[in-house]
Design a protein. Structure first.
Length: 48
C-alpha cells in the first residue's frame, strides 16, 4: 500500500510541475483519501 501511495504522490507532482493544476489537485485528493483510509483517519470523509 505504501508503494502505491508513494507512486500516486510522485505522479501527482508531475501535473503540478507542468502547469496542469486541476489534474494535480484531483490526484492529491485521491492520494490523501487513500492515506486517510490506510491509517484510520477521517479527513476528507465528505468525499464519496
Amino acid at each position: 500500500m505504501a508503494t502505491i501511495i508513494e507512486d500516486l504522490v510522485r505522479i501527482a507532482d508531475e501535473p503540478n510541475r507542468s502547469g496542469d493544476e486541476v489534474n494535480g489537485y484531483l490526484l492529491d485528493l485521491v492520494t490523501n483519501r487513500l492515506l486517510d483510509r490506510s491509517f484510520g483517519g477521517d479527513a476528507g470523509s465528505d468525499l464519496r
